[in-house]
Design a protein around this ligand. Structure first.
Ligand code: 13P
Length: 250
């Protein structure tokens, strides 16, 4: 049985003081959670959020990590900078980074390797655009993204990572994939991992769904056999809504 994992991607929302307040509210509503709970504030809010919820069972994740350990990379963050302040997870290859910041399958692979080397748990994002779905290349796209993301990564390390299936057309649009659509693609991703590493790793790796997941649709999505959690944007910014999703992960 894979433990469910509910993660909030706060994107570019909340100032440090607001983030500390929301982190505390979430720690409170998540105190009896039976799933893993992660919040991913912006970089400048990480330290404050970690300190605000030091005693709780909510882990903190970053929204990106650079692939080099240090050096002349203005504006970037290295893995050991994140682990030193207590960051545990990192979102890698979110479609917004692919769309607006030139992230590619190759840089996703490099960042995933860097995250693992630094001791962070990567949440590797994959997902097709609406055009790719309409052109009938959804499966090809997510298989390619998954295979390239895991190039050069050993099975025992891959098993500990998390993959988030986020259909780009469902992000922030209010259009959720149906539970059957999400299950279909999460099963394809698990099958891809099985092809790379075999069934033991495929059975261990956790696959989240993300894209307009909310308190109303979470239970059905999370009931599907290959959906092991959620990566939530908008609904993770309101403690009560996020709490309902955490509760749906029982
Ligand atoms: P929404 O839940 O706002 O659609 O965002 C999903 C997402 O991109 C999480 O990473």
């Amino acid at each position: 049985m894979r433990k469910k994992i509910i993660a909030g991607n706060w994107k570019m929302n909340k100032t440090p003081s607001e983030a500390a307040v929301l982190a505390k509210e979430i720690a409170e509503v998540a105190k009896d959670a039976v799933c893993d709970v992660v919040i991913c504030p912006t970089a400048v809010c990480l330290d404050g959020a970690i300190k605000a919820i030091a005693d709780g069972n909510v882990a903190v994740g970053a929204q990106n990590v650079h692939f080099e350990e240090k050096g002349a990379f203005t504006g970037e963050l290295a893995g050991n900078m994140l682990t030193e302040i207590g960051v545990k997870y990192v979102i890698i290859g979110h479609s917004e980074r692919r769309q607006y910041f030139g992230e590619t399958d190759e840089t996703v692979n490099k960042r995933t390797i860097a995250a693992i080397n630094a001791g962070l748990t990567p949440i590797v994002c994959v997902g097709e655009t609406l055009t790719e779905r309409e052109q009938g290349i959804m499966e090809e796209t997510v298989r390619r993204q998954t295979k390239i993301a895991y190039l050069g990564i050993d099975g025992d390390k891959a098993a500990e990572t998390v993959i988030a299936y986020e259909p780009v057309w469902a992000i922030g649009t209010g259009k959720t994939a149906t539970a059957d659509q999400a299950q279909e693609v999460c099963a394809i991703i698990r099958d891809t991992i099985c092809g790379l590493y075999g069934s033991d790793v495929a059975e261990k790796i956790r696959i989240q769904y993300g894209g307009s997941m909310n308190d109303a649709n979470a239970a059905e999505l999370l009931s599907k056999p290959d959906i092991d959690g959620g990566l939530i944007g908008g609904a993770s910014l309101v403690a009560e809504k996020f709490a309902a999703i955490i509760n749906a992960a029982k």
